[in-house]
Design a protein around this ligand. Structure first.
Ligand SMILES: C[S@@+](CC[C@H](N)C(=O)[O-])C[C@H]1O[C@@H](n2cnc3c(N)ncnc32)[C@H](O)[C@@H]1O
Length: 217
């Protein structure tokens, strides 16, 4: 259910861009959970999770199906509405709280056992580093911050600049400014995966994967 709507109708640039993106097609994403999330979180005991930029809810629904209580956030009300409907259809509507936030302005209060940011990237102005630093502060002691980001240009990427330089995972982790005394790094790398674009074409792409655990107090 969407029980908290903040921001104004027709609000900021991010909302306008992403609303246009979602309303332009009946369904944008596959509905499946992201592969790295499944790989990293599949063996963890369920708890509370925050899904940042949840889109149409594929990850949140997968998490809820495994017993997690999920707060799923996006700037697009259309994406959230689709996620909420899919969650009800999957029988996990009562385990996911879909909330609309422009993450540049607000983020749900923590703590969460898992904070997940899967491809939280935007072609419009977005203070990603700052948002991820705030997201890190919402991780509970003993909890995990999982960040997965595009690290290559796919044939269907918005930005087709072949010279585009992506930050390394080390640079992304460094920008979070996490104390090594309070955090341990569980994954840091740029694995390749086979992906399928919106028109069905397949390509090998790379992701930056960062999984850091806040040490228990
Ligand atoms: C590339 S998509 C990834 C969607 C989903 N996590 C996935 O992996 O399929 C980025 C998502 O972030 C959301 N988003 C972009 N800017 C945002 C912002 N400022 N606040 C909240 N969500 C935002 C978009 O609406 C979109 O759903």
């Amino acid at each position: 259910m969407i029980d908290e709507i903040d921001g104004e109708v027709g609000g900021g640039e991010a909302e306008r861009f992403w609303e246009r993106h979602y309303t332009g097609r009946e369904q944008v994403w596959s509905g499946n959970a992201n592969a790295v999330l499944v790989d990293v979180v599949g063996s963890l005991p369920p708890g509370t999770a925050l899904d940042l930029g949840c889109g149409e809810g594929g990850d949140a629904i997968w998490l809820a199906g495994r017993g997690w209580r999920v707060t799923a956030v996006d700037v697009s009300a259309t994406a959230l509405g689709r996620g909420a409907a899919a969650a009800v259809a999957a029988g996990v509507g009562d385990r996911i709280d879909f909330q609309r936030h422009d993450l540049a302005e607000s983020i749900p209060d923590g703590p969460f056992d898992l904070v997940s940011a899967q491809y939280l990237q935007s072609p419009v102005d977005f203070p990603r580093e700052r948002v991820l630093r705030v997201a890190a502060s919402a991780v509970a002691p003993g909890g995990l911050l999982l960040i997965v980001a595009h690290a290559s240009v796919a044939p269907w990427s918005w930005d087709q600049d072949p010279h585009r330089r992506f930050p390394t995972p080390e640079e992304e982790l460094g920008a979070l400014d996490l104390s090594p005394e309070r955090w341990s790094t569980e994954r840091l790398g740029t694995p390749a995966r086979r992906a399928v674009g919106p028109s069905g074409e397949a390509a090998t792409v790379r992701d930056n994967v960062i999984a850091v655990r806040r040490l228990p107090r």
